[in-house]
Design a protein around this ligand. Structure first.
Ligand SMILES: Cc1cc2nc3c(=O)[nH]c(=O)nc-3n(C[C@H](O)[C@H](O)[C@H](O)COP(=O)(O)O)c2cc1C
Length: 160
């Protein structure tokens, strides 16, 4: 796997927990994809068409700003990218990350938490945004998997 980074976005803490557990289970570094403008509870309301998340997800080209960048991305061969499923795909801020980083030549493994939906077209979308990377199909990490389960999941995910 070489040197690995676990980069994640989390609006309400669930993906943050599993990202930290994954990084510690596989000995990877951890990076938070932190929004320049944090999401409030009202921003996350999916029943409100006018909420920030609804507006962002309705706009394919929306790229919310990220507060900081990965210090030495060139050092990593493998980048796990974690996010909550929003409207069946990755949140637009994850698109900001994937597009703005130089992921050329790296293996990218998407993972997500959700209320039950799978990753849907997220891996394919991420591959389109980072054509010079190899984006694998990844998977869901719902339900507090153990360190052993996470290490085995990562091994399987890297086999493609
Ligand atoms: C705007 C928004 C849209 C969501 N869309 C979906 C969805 O399409 N399918 C699903 O299963 N869960 C959906 N969820 C639930 C989140 O994916 C789930 O609660 C996730 O674990 C939250 O992770 P976080 O705490 O790291 O932000 C949505 C949540 C939000 C806020």
């Amino acid at each position: 796997m070489g040197k690995a980074l676990v980069a994640y976005f989390s609006a309400s803490g669930t993906t943050a927990r599993v990202a930290a557990d994954l990084a510690s289970a596989i000995g990877a570094d951890l990076f938070e994809i932190e929004p320049a403008e944090p999401y409030s509870a009202a921003d996350l309301s999916w029943t409100d068409k006018a909420s920030r998340s609804s507006r962002e997800m309705a706009d394919e080209s929306c790229r919310p700003a990220i507060a900081s960048t990965v210090a030495d991305l060139a050092a990593y061969d493998t980048v796990f990218v974690g996010f909550p499923v929003w409207w069946y795909v990755e949140p637009r801020i994850v698109d900001t990350f994937v597009e703005s980083c130089d992921l050329a030549g790296k293996t990218v493994v998407p993972f997500a938490t959700s209320g039950g939906s799978g990753l849907g077209r997220a891996p394919m979308r991420m591959q389109n945004l980072a054509p010079a990377a190899t984006v694998l199909s990844g998977g869901l990490l719902n339900g507090s998997p153990s360190a052993d389960e996470l290490a085995r999941w990562a091994e399987r995910a890297l086999r493609g």
